[in-house]
Design a protein around this ligand. Structure first.
Ligand SMILES: [Zn+2]
Length: 388
């Protein structure tokens, strides 16, 4: 009898396996069915234009594991880009609460910091970013993002400190260009408070960091000229056509401050000639004509005619109209020319003076930091027929 029971044992094992398989299969089928139902309800919500409810259902379907980590990040980015940072926070927090490898957790933290920035929670973002030291690539990204945050808040000391602490890991763009610009911002703050010696210290420091920083050169030269140090002011501003010929339009009023005019008109004319050789700025041609005009209208008019052949520019053409009107004797000719000049003036007034070469943002005002893309030193005078 006992032997019979032993014979039945393999049969019992087989039956147990079959029951177990059925039970497991049933579990999988049940789970798949529930998943399909969730997808269907998500789609139904989407069709009914209930985006919030649809996203809740679909987010719930994304399991957190290493395999679909990128899908979670991508979905969160879509939410953040669409202005739904709360939903992105929810996804990133869920990733952080899971048992993912350290590098993926750091990446999720970095993305969560971006969500916080999107809703203006800068302190929370900085708190997360400061802890990202495990992977070097993520650490550098975090450092750059912290610099961006402090720049947005105008915390120049913090931004400068971060650059100083991470100097060896950051590109020259940060250690030279950004650092010099932040020092110029500090100088501007001092200027606004009437602390001119402190402003000068920051500007000289900016030039030690980035000797080609046009902004520091223009600001320092302007301050020195206003204080009566004309020669030193000139020694700085005269570098602009070599370092940044596209920006001479901005530097020109400062150059003018370096001369005691009209007593030094001749010297000023000689310098303008040199600048005109180095830059194709219409502003320089117009300035030269304005100085020549003080001596002789014909001399100024001839100079404009020579230059309009060299450079097609509406602004130079408008000045030519002006001289033609002033020298015309016939009243009908004067009237026709005036009408033409008005048309050209209206056309010039309609165009933007400055454009960001990084993002294309255009404006009538000069910005050292583009308000659209936040890039430094990318906004320049518009060139071409309707530009400088
Ligand atoms: Zn821009």
């Amino acid at each position: 009898m006992l032997e019979l029971l032993f014979l039945l044992l393999p049969l019992a094992v087989m039956y147990g396996w079959y029951i177990g398989f059925r039970y497991a299969r049933h579990g999988i089928e049940k789970e798949e069915s529930s998943r399909a139902q969730k997808i269907m309800s998500g789609v139904r919500f989407l069709l009914a234009n209930k985006k919030l409810k649809a996203s809740e259902v679909l987010v719930d379907l994304l399991h957190v594991d290493s395999e679909n980590f990128d899908a979670n990040l991508a979905l969160a980015e879509v939410y953040r880009t669409r202005g739904d940072a709360d939903k992105a926070v929810q996804i990133h927090t869920r990733l952080l609460n899971s048992s993912l490898p350290r590098i993926k957790l750091d990446l999720a933290s970095y993305e969560l910091a971006k969500d916080y920035i999107a809703v203006g929670l800068y302190d929370k973002a900085v708190e997360l970013l400061e802890d990202l030291r495990y992977d070097d690539e993520i650490r550098i990204k975090a450092v750059k993002l912290m610099i961006k945050i402090h720049q947005k808040l105008g915390d120049w000391d913090f931004a400068l400190d971060i650059i100083h602490r991470n100097e060896s890991s950051l590109a020259e763009k940060y250690t030279c260009i950004y650092r010099a610009q932040f020092l110029c911002e500090k100088a501007k703050e001092c200027q606004n408070l009437g602390k001119l010696p402190e402003a000068e210290v920051f500007l000289r420091k900016a030039l030690r960091v980035d000797g080609h920083c046009s902004r520091a050169i223009i600001m320092l030269s302007s301050m020195l000229a206003e204080a009566g140090s004309y020669d030193e002011a000139f020694s700085f501003i005269t570098q602009i056509p070599d370092y940044d010929p596209d920006i001479v339009m901005i530097a020109l009023p400062v150059l003018k401050k370096c001369f005691r005019l009209p007593a030094e008109n001749e010297r000023y004319i000689e310098v303008l000639k040199v600048w005109i050789e180095k830059s194709d700025s219409s502003s320089l041609v117009l300035e030269m004509a304005s100085v020549l005009e003080q001596y002789d209208l014909n001399r100024a008019s001839d100079f404009i005619l020579q230059n309009i052949k060299r450079k097609a520019s509406l602004r130079i053409f408008e000045r030519l109209m002006n001289y033609q009107i002033r020298s015309a004797r016939d009243s009908d000719a004067k009237e026709s020319l005036s009408m033409l000049q008005n048309l050209v003036s209206t056309e010039i007034a309609m165009h933007k003076t400055f454009v960001c070469r990084h993002c294309g943002f255009s404006s009538k005002t000069m910005f050292w930091n583009c308000p659209s893309c936040n890039e430094w030193n990318s906004v320049k005078p518009v060139k071409g027929l309707d530009g400088d």
